[in-house]
Design a protein around this ligand. Sequence first.
Ligand code: ACO
Length: 329
Amino acid sequence: MQTNFIIRGFGHYAPERILTNADLEKIVDTTDEWITTRTGIKQRHIVTEGEAASDMALKSSLAALAEAGLEPGDLTHIVVATFTPDSMIPSTACVLQHKLGIKGQMCIDVSAACSGFLYALQTARGYLTLDPEAKVLVVASEVISRRTNWEDRSTCVLFGDASGAVVLTGGDEGETPRVMDMKLAADGSLGDLLSVHGGGSAYSYKLGEPVGEEFFVQMQGRETFKHAVRNMTSICEALLEENGVVKEDIDVLLTHQANWRIIDAVGRKFGIVPEKVFSNIDRYANTSAASIPVALSEAVKTAFIKPGDLVLLTSFGGGFTWGSALVRF
Ligand code: ACO
């Protein structure tokens, strides 16, 4: 059985087009000051016409594969985390496989909203446990701009498009970066606080009917905020306790990038100084499942995360879903 889970490469990609807070001031009744003070967001990347989740996933995946020193044909599994797939069928993982020019691998999409990357990473650890020789591509890709109600100022200022990827394989004792342990959780009773119901089978539509608000992200922000801070903090505490790790051992805290106030609140609850908390929310906004792998890839490439660091990851998203992971670099 494989018990060493090694991240061989990191990659990220965001579309070239940038939408600033000043641009949003021309679309809805908002201000740069409101967005900055409430969220920490200054700009977000937005796809161009014709660019889909699989296109961004292809770019972040090729970057992660190159860093891992692997060819697409070396992969055994492709796991894509997204709540904005290219289509209902085929899965974005299958579309990505085709764009990578390969065939035969197991391909699956994972749906856990902003916790999607950690859910996908845990799925990949399961495949590796079953098949110690597996080489698993874990990629998160979100085109939230196509599921954004651009008339709703309470949500449209919050999100952006991006993709992040890692390649996970087995390894030897002592190899790094190593996923040491993870914890995941969910509470389906709170699902309606953050939803995109439109297009689902619980709702019937007829050919030619216009789409309604339910096709776009709907969120009760204040309630979500409270649950996010509470649940990310408690699942991190539980993970640390189970692994005999104390808060002082954490070198870097990297949370889902939903809102700077949430990131800051989790850091404060842990007594982690702001210098150890990674954030790129100002440049990307909330990219849902993609936020953790994009942030990880940036933090590694800019040497914010250094060899030997113990990194605590945590996420919270629709479902509600949440999770935490410990990674030794
Ligand atoms: N510009 C100006 N004013 C605004 C805007 C805007 N863009 N949006 C809302 N307002 C107004 C509201 O209308 C309200 O006005 P009122 O007091 O006159 O009624 C006021 O600002 C306060 O609104 P709140 O929603 O209470 O503001 P809050 O301080 O809670 O901030 C926010 C809102 C940023 C959404 C915050 O609640 C948040 O970040 N929530 C958590 C988001 C999150 O973590 N999501 C999880 C993952 S997402 C996923 O899984 C896809």
